[in-house]
Design a protein around this ligand. Structure first.
Ligand code: FES
Length: 198
């Protein structure tokens, strides 16, 4: 039922290219190149099977991209500095408390938007028009701005998200990045696609 799919860089680039070329066509169109080439087990995964990820080997500051339901999903192990930055810029965010429903499960409606403090799990699709943001962890990046604390930057129309996927004010994206249902079935085993058992 479960197995890990780590996308090669070439796939991620293709997703980004397709998303930006199609612009407003959005998520469905960007997924087409993958769906048509999928083997039967891959199709089953695309239509909802949970995806298991071993987060143990993910180093602090490292981002992995996996596929769930035909979407790219990020798994980032945040560093101490990244966690510290999340507590310093609430006034710059549109929805710092994740008060808008539908963008995360209830168990991720906390200040870090995660079950474990260091591990964040986010659907890697911009909430504006569906491009794939880029991972830009470097604070003060010259092309983004001196006040940039690091996070995810969408190159299509300039939306910015922090290391918890919270959207900044005054950008086109209307809401935080989606946190997909997930839980841990072991110390380092993450299951994306299902929330914690009741
Ligand atoms: S798709 Fe427009 S800012 Fe991301």
């Amino acid at each position: 039922m479960t197995d890990t799919v780590t996308l090669p860089d070439s796939s991620r680039r293709l997703w980004l290219t397709a998303a930006c070329v199609t612009g407003g066509a959005g998520i469905v169109a960007t997924s087409v190149p993958f769906v048509v080439s999928m083997a039967p087990s891959e199709r089953a995964r695309a239509f909802g099977a949970p995806v298991e990820v071993d987060v143990g080997p993910i180093k602090p500051g490292e981002l992995r991209t996996v596929e769930w339901r035909g979407k790219p999903v990020w798994v980032l192990r945040r560093t101490t500095d990244m966690l510290g930055s999340l507590r310093s810029h609430d006034d710059l965010l549109s929805d710092p408390q994740s008060s808008r429903r539908g963008q995360q499960p209830d168990y991720a409606r906390n200040d870090l938007r995660s079950l474990k403090p260091d591990i964040t799990v986010l659907v890697a699709i911009c909430t504006h028009l569906g491009c794939i943001p880029t991972f830009r962890p470097e604070p003060g990046a010259a092309d983004i701005g001196a006040s940039w604390p690091g996070g995810f930057y969408c190159p299509c129309h300039g939306s910015k998200f922090d290391f918890a996927g919270r959207v900044f004010k005054n950008v086109p994206a209307p809401s935080n990045l989606e946190v997909p249902p997930h839980h841990y079935t072991g110390e380092s085993t993450l299951l994306i696609g299902e929330g914690p058992p009741d």
